[in-house]
Design a protein around this ligand. Sequence first.
Ligand code: C5P
Length: 209
Amino acid sequence: MIITIDGPAGSGKSTAAAQLAQRLAIAYLDTGAMYRAITLPAEMERLAQTCNIRLARENACNKVWVNGKDITEAIRRPQVTAAAHLVASNPAIRAQLVVKQRDIARQHPSLVTEGRDQGTVVFPQADYKFYLDASPECRAKRRWQELKQKNLDLSFEEILHSQQQRDQRDSTRTVAPLKPAEEAVVIDTTHMTIEEVVDYLYNYVKGKR
Ligand code: C5P
């Protein structure tokens, strides 16, 4: 069983995807972490092909290693967030990462995978497809709170501005643009708590099975 969750930054998909996977006791894949991991070192395409990206959920945290080095914290820095589009808009790099994503899926009987193109491009045959969204202000507020917890002092306006740029780039690029899959269940999480989102996804999957 494959469950895809796509949506823009701050729509709640990472947290919801991880918690849904936990409740269903199945694997979880954060594909944004792959794009961030490749953005960090600068060798791009060759790296996308040859590097070993390992992802694992440990103590409610998405841990990431490249060639054995723990880069979990480094890939969440605002500089990497701002630069990830350079990697994400490159078709050759995307093709390499899509191969890796499908390989990971083959290694697990069931998987919740989240990103921008999981339902549209990577797993068109997924059993369940969701698209999470929320108002730009709400998503920026969530990101602001998240960064504040990590003592990264960015203003709300800065975050909203860079988020608008990221949304624009993600949804207008020619290769694998951000959009809901045709069959996706679209959920506006603006006025929902994370528990409500996870309950909804869980009940949907359980009810339909
Ligand atoms: O989800 P996250 O914010 O970690 O993703 C970082 C960036 O990677 C996004 O802004 C997007 O450009 C890119 N991405 C993508 N396709 C995916 C996942 C992420 O293009 N499947």
